[in-house]
Structure formats: C-alpha cells, structure tokens
Design a protein. Structure first.
Length: 47
C-alpha cells in the first residue's frame, strides 16, 4: 500500500508510530518481567 492509500483509510505516520511504539514497549516490558521472575525464582530456590 502506498502512503496515499493509507491516508484514504485514515492511517497516518503518527498512528503507525503510536501502534509500533506500543508493540515495542510491550515486548520490552514482558522481557523485563520474565527476567525479574527468572531471577526471583533463582533466588527462592537458593534459600
């Protein structure tokens, strides 16, 4: 799709960036959450 076709659908660069940033942020968040849970379970097992 071209930029003109996307504009006809009401999709502009700001919306694309907004959705992309939410997706990227959720991936980073869940990676961080998984790391914290992994560290916590490792600490609990050592106790």
């Amino acid at each position: 799709m071209s930029a003109e076709e996307l504009a006809l659908l009401g999709i502009d660069a700001a919306q694309i960036f907004y959705v992309w940033s939410w997706g990227f942020g959720s991936v980073v968040f869940f990676h961080f959450l998984g790391s914290v849970i992994g560290i916590a379970t490792g600490v609990i097992r050592k106790l």
